[in-house]
Design a binder for this molecule. Structure first.
Ligand code: SF4
Length: 343
């Protein structure tokens, strides 16, 4: 499959060259992809209307997907492939989706990246989905362009289970620019989230990835969660940075340049692989559970998204019982986990 895809990529025609990137047309193929049997993902199907992502987050683990096209991971934000949309083919593909199965849009690229303004593939996909009933659809983005489709998403949500997840790693616009150079500002993402929530679309905020020493300071995660809640988000989650090549190479280069004092610490943190130690992850889980409980985020159970890094669509819902004593236990758990993580 990889070779066939690479061949199609080679045959793709240039659509547009911009200063920073080039768009190419990927001839019509599958729009809907089934997750492999036994996958740990909390969804069964994925849709990525584009290949590559112009938003160019330094920590983006999805760079490896460009290697399937026999391209370098560094080309991920420079060479964007626009998937040719065929309504008839897509409608036929949808017949394979069984009741209760989740379709995740934007698992490896942002469906509302700048290319969407020009090519509208995400909108075309949503138009077809909105004519269906009984689907479960989760879309993840960092872009305020999602607000353009508020009415369409509202329509989609009338007969389907829909959730739009915004990734918001920080409220600090300058820090966001350093981490996610071409992504819309945090306040614009929150404004778009509010627009969707007001239209009746269920929304979530994921403050992922959490980067030790960069966006996990005292109160930073809590401030993101508070802003999300105020904007109307029902769900909140955060996961630790997940780093494997080629993302690892790109991330460390950016780290050396922008946060040189942290480089040695990160080399230690990721010395044993793509994940930080379990103690750090557990401390974050406890902190997120407390945030959910204190700020009144939904505790609706959701599937586990172990290992899906910054693009996690769902997180464990931490089903803590409500009430004062539960909060005291959660706070104690946070303190204990934080102490264990201090090594
Ligand atoms: S993390 Fe998401 S928004 Fe950022 S470059 Fe990767 S796919 Fe695009």
């Amino acid at each position: 499959m990889g070779a066939a895809l690479a061949e199609r990529a080679k045959q793709s025609g240039a659509l547009l060259g911009k200063a920073r990137c080039e768009y190419r047309l990927l001839p019509a193929g599958r729009m809907l992809n089934r997750c492999e049997a036994g996958s740990l993902m909390p969804f069964q199907w994925t849709i990525n209307p584009y290949r590559g992502c112009e938003l160019g987050c330094h920590y983006c683990y999805a760079r490896y997907t460009h290697e399937y096209l026999e391209l370098d991971g560094r080309d991920f934000e420079r060479l964007i492939f626009v998937k040719q949309f065929r309504k008839d083919l897509f409608e036929r593909e949808l017949r394979a989706v069984q009741p209760g199965e989740w379709i995740a849009i934007g698992t490896a690229t942002d469906p509302y990246q700048p290319a969407e303004r020009r090519y509208g593939v995400t909108r075309a996909v949503l138009e077809v989905l909105a004519r269906q009933a009984g689907l479960r659809v989760a879309l993840t983005t960092k872009s305020d362009l999602a607000a353009r489709d508020a009415e369409l998403l509202r329509r989609l949500a009338q007969r389907n289970d829909v959730r739009v997840n915004f990734t918001l790693t920080t409220l600090d616009a300058e820090l966001a620019r350093r981490l996610e150079p071409a992504a819309p500002r945090p306040d614009l993402r929150l404004r778009a989230l509010r627009r969707l929530a007001e239209a009746g679309v269920e929304t979530a905020v994921f403050a992922s990835p959490v980067l030790p020493g960069i966006n996990d300071g005292g109160g930073e995660l809590e401030a993101v969660a508070r802003a999300a809640r105020e904007a109307g988000a029902k769900h909140f989650g955060a996961q630790m940075l997940f780093l494997r090549d080629p993302a690892r190479r790109v991330f460390f280069e950016a780290l050396e340049k922008d946060f040189p004092r942290l480089a040695a610490r990160y080399r230690r943190l990721f010395a044993r692989g793509a994940r930080v130690d379990a103690a750090l992850r557990e401390a974050l889980e406890a902190r997120v559970a407390l945030i959910r409980e204190e700020m009144g985020f939904s505790r609706r159970p959701a599937s586990c998204a172990a290992g899906w890094g910054q693009l996690a669509l769902f997180e464990d819902a931490a089903p803590a019982p409500a009430g004062g004593s539960a909060l005291i236990r959660l706070r104690a758990a946070v303190a204990e986990a934080a102490a264990a993580a201090r090594v």
